[in-house]
Design a protein around this ligand. Structure first.
Ligand code: NAD
Length: 354
């Protein structure tokens, strides 16, 4: 199985190195991966003036999965749009047709205290948010800002979803639920928006293909409230691009540190890009302080979804749990008085737990 490894900028290379260390530790147990590294983001701009150089895109296309670090940094904030590191990431998603964004929001044992909510509300939380990533009001045409006859300016965007787009993301949700608690909550705004009325109809149709999975519907305003009121009621949440953008960030705040949260973006054949949800963290880059667990857990998702190696994925997740249960913490997780370990030491601890 071929993996494109795109570490990127800032703490990206630091956390990706730890994920590779963990993957390599599974080789004696039979995991065979051929990893090829390439530049993306700011480092690619520095080296060849393009955040997604053609050889990197070609590698990403040729591989079975992509392990991505993070891109960006203050040096590039004033660059023209085409030369911003983030363009490398957006273009990769678009070029590879990665329409399904999976973000687990999970509280690991002992980390309940790191959440913004009381631990009795979040202990044991394990939600999977599935966000449609290539449609909706973010891409719908027409859009723009024009001047009305009155001289006043008006901005407009168009929310649109084709049936096929809804159907394929719904299938991802139902299939994912089969490996979990078999409950899908579809979040929409069907009471006000035509697009969302169609969303609800199509998701309900797809549900007939999955009689073993329970489907419920929830309006997005209620979902936003329920996520902070009683988040454990959810198993899989499936929603459109804009609502998913907002709700997945809200859900990530339930779990404590951004350094714990992995993600996957999949295409129709389950080829995917796997990355921590955090950015390049320039404030701690190069200091060996970054928490590598989000990237290590992203590697576990890669084994699960693209490489179909569920047993290896679970071994990594159990090793992460064991390390946390043993009280090991990087600085972002450590509470006052707790001693923190560095990036490489955390990677080593996961390998030892494996
Ligand atoms: P960020 O996620 O990089 O950092 C936010 C805060 O969280 C910082 O204090 C950082 O130190 C901390 N943090 C992040 N990851 C951590 C980890 N693994 N361990 C410990 N602490 C961690 O977000 P930002 O500061 O808004 O953005 C920094 C740069 O990253 C910007 O250039 C931004 O555009 C880019 N960015 C990239 C991605 C991506 O590559 N997917 C995502 C978000 C932001």
């Amino acid at each position: 199985m071929r993996i494109a490894v795109l570490p990127g900028d800032g703490i990206g290379p630091e956390v990706v190195a730890e994920a590779l260390k963990v993957l390599r530790a599974l080789e004696p147990a039979g995991l065979r991966l051929e990893c090829t590294q390439a530049d993306v983001g700011g480092i690619a701009v520095d080296r060849c003036g393009d955040p997604l150089p053609p050889p990197t895109l070609a590698l990403a296309r040729a591989c079975d999965a992509i392990l991505f670090g993070a891109v960006g940094g203050p040096r590039y904030d004033t660059a023209p749009r085409a030369q911003r590191p983030e363009q490398g990431l957006l273009r990769l998603r678009k070029e590879l047709g990665l329409f399904a964004n999976l973000r687990p929001a999970r509280i690991f044992p002992g980390l309940g205290g790191a959440s913004a909510l009381k631990s009795e509300v979040v202990d044991g939380l394990d939600i999977l948010i599935i966000r449609e990533l290539t449609g909706d009001i973010y891409f719908g045409q027409p859009r723009g800002i024009h001047t009305l006859a009155s001289g006043e300016r008006e901005g407009f965007d168009t929310m649109r979803y084709r049936e096929g787009e809804i159907r394929r993301i719904a299938r991802v949700a139902f299939e994912s639920a089969r490996g979990r608690a078999r409950r899908v909550c579809s979040v929409d705004k069907a009471n006000v928006l035509e697009t969302m009325q169609l969303w609800r109809e199509v998701v309900s149709e797809v549900a007939h293909e999955f009689p073993d999975v329970e489907l419920s519907h929830m309006l997005v305003d209620n979902a936003a409230m329920q996520l902070v009121r009683a988040p454990r009621q959810f198993d899989v949440i499936v929603t459109g691009n804009m609502f998913g953008d907002i709700l997945s960030d809200e859900a990530s705040a339930l779990t404590g540190s951004i350094g714990m949260l992995p993600s996957a973006s999949l295409d129709e054949r389950h080829k995917g890009m796997y990355e921590p949800i955090h950015g390049s963290a320039p404030d701690i880059a190069g200091k060996g302080l970054a928490n590598p667990l989000a990237t290590i857990l992203s590697a576990a998702m890669m084994l699960r979804y693209s490489l179909r190696q569920e047993a290896f994925a679970q071994r990594i997740e159990r090793a992460v749990q064991a390390v946390l249960r043993a009280g090991l913490r990087t600085a972002d997780l450590a509470r006052a008085g707790e001693q923190a370990i560095g990036t490489a030491a955390m990677g080593d601890a996961v390998v030892a737990a494996l």
